[in-house]
Write a protein that binds this ligand. Structure first.
Ligand code: PBG
Length: 329
């Protein structure tokens, strides 16, 4: 090709020549403020127990939770998502709305001792039912939708009364956002945002979480309420409906295998979107890293960027602390 002639192909490599130009054109960013760290709180005393399938992640009792919270303060992580593991479970998840339940006490402890945390509370029945399903069962073991809504509303109200900043229903019952908004408004908690798990697939990626939260279903699976990953048409509809019912922030879950869904939802709706990088995503990377097969932090950071690039505003990740440390460098 002679000088001055138009080239037949585009030289994409021009913008990759050195780090300064790569950073100049960079348009995807990850900051600490994007990170939400899940915490498992177990009823009892003096508990700090590592979850076997999630090395580096622990269950804490309230009397030791400061060990975790102090570290988060140091790292500048302010958003936490709480999961509770109660001593007593029953068929109707009554412990979930006990005003002295593990989460209610944890919220009060955090609010009394720290002023930086945004306390987000997962709302579901599965950690509190003896059968491990996310709602109330009928005689055939089918989760009854409308009966479960009453329980979810009670849980939301009791978390709000304890001082939760955000409630995050993860049960996948139809109509729960409306029911929760209603009960919060009736009790003067209309300013508490709803972070809805609007798009939550029935997924094997939740396996390690069920060890962590002791919430595996004792029979059957969650396919009659969580979404079917072999069907692509209901994701938009789930989000539209939750927004109509009053959701303020939308969660898509899991993250890595569902980037297409994050993208689709973020293209369609002008609302904050949170990607939940779930337990199985954490455990897979951890296991490979422990075997020396991958560069752990490079993999994690690349994944976080992928979620942001797909349109996530914030990310729930068990790697939040490591990511915060990495970003400090
Ligand atoms: C409760 C809930 C689950 C997760 C978040 N909330 C488990 C499930 O639906 O079985 C999964 C989180 C994870 O895997 O990290 N319903």
């Amino acid at each position: 090709m002679k000088k001055g002639e138009v080239e037949m192909f585009k030289r994409h490599r021009k913008l990759r020549r050195n780090e300064v130009i790569r950073n100049l054109v960079k348009d995807v960013y990850v900051v600490k403020e994007d990170l939400i760290y899940p915490i498992f709180i177990e009823e009892g005393e003096n508990i700090k127990s590592e979850i076997p399938s999630m090395p580096g992640i622990f269950r804490y009792s309230i009397d030791r939770i400061s060990e975790e919270l102090d570290e988060l303060v140091k790292l500048g992580i302010n958003s936490i998502l709480l999961f509770g593991i109660p001593k007593n479970k029953d068929a109707c998840a009554t412990e979930a709305y006990n005003e002295n339940g593990v989460i209610q006490n944890a919220i009060r402890f955090i609010k009394e001792n720290y002023d930086n945390f945004l306390v987000i509370c997962d709302i579901c029945c599965c950690e509190y039912t003896n059968h491990g399903h996310c709602g109330i069962l009928d005689e055939n073991g089918y989760v009854r939708n409308d009966e479960t809504l009453e329980v979810l509303a009670k849980i939301a109200l009791s978390y709000a009364e304890a001082g939760a900043d955000i409630v995050a229903p993860s049960d996948m019952m139809d109509g729960r956002v409306e029911k929760i908004c209603e009960i919060l408004a009736e009790n003067n908690f209309e300013n508490i945002p709803i972070m809805a798990y609007s798009v939550k697939y029935s997924s094997a990626f939740y396996g390690p979480f069920r060890d962590a939260a002791d919430s595996a279903p004792q029979f059957g699976d969650r396919k009659s309420y969580q979404m079917n990953f072999q069907y692509s048409k209901d994701a938009i509809d789930e989000v539209a409906e939750d927004l109509r019912q009053g959701a303020d922030i939308i969660i898509v879950k899991p993250a890595m295998a569902y980037l297409d869904v994050i993208k689709k939802v973020s293209d369609k709706f002008e609302v904050p979107i949170v990607a939940y990088s779930v337990s199985g995503e954490y455990s897979m990377v951890k296991a490979a890293a422990q075997n020396g097969w991958i560069d752990e932090m490079k993999i994690v950071i690349e994944q976080i960027y992928a979620m942001k690039r797909a349109g996530a505003n914030a990310i729930i990740t068990y790697y939040a602390k490591e990511v915060a440390k990495y970003l400090e460098k």
